[in-house]
Design a protein around this ligand. Structure first.
Ligand code: MG
Length: 385
């Protein structure tokens, strides 16, 4: 048996992970869970999976859970320390890191330091701390497997290839709900419309990031560190069918692609069982039913966050940290209905234009840049709205 800890257990990836674990009971058991504030769902997960340790975001919910859960063998903890404790819990072999945003960084680092096999869904960790995380993993022997579907695709394409033969990597994007919307119409788009993703069912933050294509920008940076590639080797194509998750062109002209049905359970299961595979649950991919697979260039006028992300990718150092921090703040505000869709990219652009590049040598450096950029972005938002 392999023991799993799930960070972000009540979120979208967390819930899909249970979908995988339920079918592979002979192989996996759940020992630790870290959640946000959804005590009700966490309690259901505790009753069903009987973990040994759980953590919630705040003390209030942890105390509420202590009153409700009458299991003396269960440790209930909270906060960043609590999430880190779950992340490094000694009985776990595999950690699914699926907390949203930079909040997932410390727990991810804790799992890596503890030498766990880490199935990484928290892309922000790799975006802001790629080189640090890779160095820590080399030191502890921790293995990091991507869960993000595009990166899982690249990882699978490269499983038997040598890096020096890779010419370029293409990550695909569905294009989100506004791919076919005119720029003039995008101004009017509401939170509800932006949350209607055509292909994937995901958490709110990543769904908005998919509507602005910031998600793909972050994924470019994620891929740079995951696969140790140069910025110029990384490209994006819009692929509305979301069947081919990524393409890898080799130096001899061969192109490797990873198509599969659009369901996160596939990359989650792959990360859990890697380097082995288990039977899947979904019907086989039927390309004759899909008929056409289309690919388009990104319209930079409609999706300016793609070129902004590329700038952060090329600048490196503290730029990706600033980009991510500004995005987290602005998307949070957009979800509260405080600004219009196109304001998202405007404010992030202003925040990044004011950013002064610094070296990133430690987690403290990252949190300092993150905090400063958040303060500056809040100031920009206040000034405008
Ligand atoms: Mg993705």
């Amino acid at each position: 048996m392999e023991n799993i800890a799930i960070l972000g257990s009540t979120g979208s990836i967390g819930q899909s992970t249970f979908g995988v674990v339920d079918r592979l009971k002979h192989r996996f058991s759940v020992v630790g869970l870290a959640a946000g504030r959804n005590t009700r769902l966490l309690q259901e997960q505790i009753e069903k999976y009987k973990p040994k340790i759980v953590s919630l975001e705040r003390k209030e919910e942890a105390e509420e859970l202590r009153r409700k859960c009458d299991v003396s063998s269960l440790r209930i903890t909270f906060g960043q320390d609590g999430a880190e404790e779950v992340a490094s819990f000694e009985e776990s072999d595999i950690v699914i890191s699926a907390i949203t945003g930079i909040n997932g960084l410390r727990p991810t680092v804790a799992s890596i330091k503890a030498g766990k096999k880490v199935a990484l869904a928290n892309k922000e960790s790799m975006v802001v701390a790629g080189p640090l995380i890779k160095a820590l993993a080399r030191k502890s022997g921790s293995q990091i497997i991507p869960v993000d579907s595009e990166h899982s695709g690249v990882f699978q394409c490269l499983a038997k290839e040598r890096k020096e033969f890779v010419k370029r990597v293409v990550l695909t994007a569905s294009g989100g709900p506004f791919f076919r919307t005119a720029l003039s119409e995008m101004k009017k788009k509401t939170v509800e419309e932006a949350l209607k993703h055509p292909r994937w069912e995901m958490g709110k933050k990543v769904t908005i990031d998919s509507a602005t294509l910031m998600n793909k920008g972050l994924e470019l940076i994620e891929a740079r560190w995951f696969f140790d590639l140069q910025p110029k080797q990384l490209e994006i194509l819009i692929h509305p069918q979301s069947i081919v998750h990524s393409l890898v062109e080799m130096n001899d002209g061969s192109v490797l692609a990873q198509p599969s049905p659009t369901d996160m359970k596939i990359p989650i299961q792959y990360a859990l069982t890697y380097p082995e595979r288990e039977n899947g649950l979904l019907p086989s991919l039927d390309l004759s039913k899909i008929k056409a697979l289309e690919f388009f260039e990104v319209d930079q006028n409609k999706f300016p966050l793609v070129s902004l992300s590329r700038r952060a990718l090329e600048e490196g150092d503290s730029f990706p940290v600033a980009l991510n921090a500004a995005n987290e703040v602005v998307v949070g505000d957009f979800l509260k209905n405080r600004l219009k869709f196109l304001d998202i990219s405007d404010v992030i652009k202003s925040a990044l234009n004011g950013h002064k590049k610094r070296k990133i040598e430690s987690l403290e450096d990252i949190f300092e840049v993150d905090w400063e950029t958040r303060a500056e972005t809040l100031r920009l938002l206040k000034e405008r709205f």
